[in-house]
Design a protein around this ligand. Structure first.
Ligand SMILES: *[C@@H]1O[C@H](CO)[C@@H](O)[C@H](O)[C@H]1NC(C)=O
Ligand SMILES: *[C@@H]1O[C@H](CO)[C@@H](O)[C@H](O)[C@H]1NC(C)=O
Ligand SMILES: *[C@@H]1O[C@H](CO)[C@@H](O)[C@H](O)[C@H]1NC(C)=O
Length: 183
């Protein structure tokens, strides 16, 4: 029996992927004086801060300075670190604070960074206990709102399939060929 093959370009899969589109805040955007608005320090490590708005129990002013010095309004000294361009961590007065810089993304891939404020973050003592949520607002110097367009990523997958009348099904995906069914 002669084999009759036909080839079908089965599908052209288009996968549009838009990863998290985080803020783009630089060291100079973050450096300066901040006010921290912290809630009750009674949570556990699974405290959910995503919608934290208060009540605020502790208010402190922290100056984040060169190169990584943090000083609060009562003279405690600590340090701070930028986490990529997405957020920052401060360790001061036996507590550790982390928050992501605030950003908003449109469906078109336009991300706007608000580097003088944060999405609600987490704090805990240096032993990893007594968790709290906090918000932070930069006092000075001021930072401009900025936006950038995220690059779009496209992936194409071509999957031609050859069928034979003898019941063989050959599949070729991205160069790989194998016999799947053979009667
Ligand atoms: C982030 O900001 C820096 C400095 O303004 C700029 O050089 C860089 O291209 C920006 N990155 C993105 C993804 O927009
Ligand atoms: C935290 O709470 C928000 C709003 O209630 C919810 O959408 C989110 O899934 C929660 N996150 C976790 C990790 O539980
Ligand atoms: C992104 O959105 C902001 C705020 O809506 C707007 O001002 C800006 O022009 C937009 N940028 C781009 C590259 O589309």
């Amino acid at each position: 029996m002669g084999l009759l093959y036909f080839s079908a370009l089965l599908t052209l899969l288009f996968v549009y992927s838009r990863a998290d589109t985080p803020a783009n805040c630089t060291y100079e955007d973050i450096r300066g004086v901040w006010t921290f608005y912290e809630g009750e320090r009674s949570g556990s490590s699974n405290v959910n801060c995503s919608t934290f708005k208060g009540p605020v129990t502790y208010i402190s002013k922290v100056k984040l300075d060169f190169p990584d010095v943090a000083v609060d309004d009562v003279g405690n000294k600590g340090y701070w670190t930028l986490i990529y361009n997405q957020g920052f961590e401060v360790v001061i007065n036996y507590r550790k604070y982390f928050a992501f810089s605030k950003f908003k993304s449109s469906s078109g891939g336009n991300t706007t960074s608000y580097c003088d404020t944060v999405l609600p973050g987490w704090s805990h003592d240096v032993l990893g206990k007594n968790w709290a949520c906090y918000n932070a607002q930069k006092v000075a110097p001021s930072v401009e709102v900025k936006s950038h367009q995220n690059p779009m990523k496209f992936f194409r997958v071509q999957a031609p399939i050859w069928l034979s009348v003898s019941g063989e099904l050959w599949i070729s995906v991205a160069g790989y060929k194998g016999l799947l069914i053979d009667n």
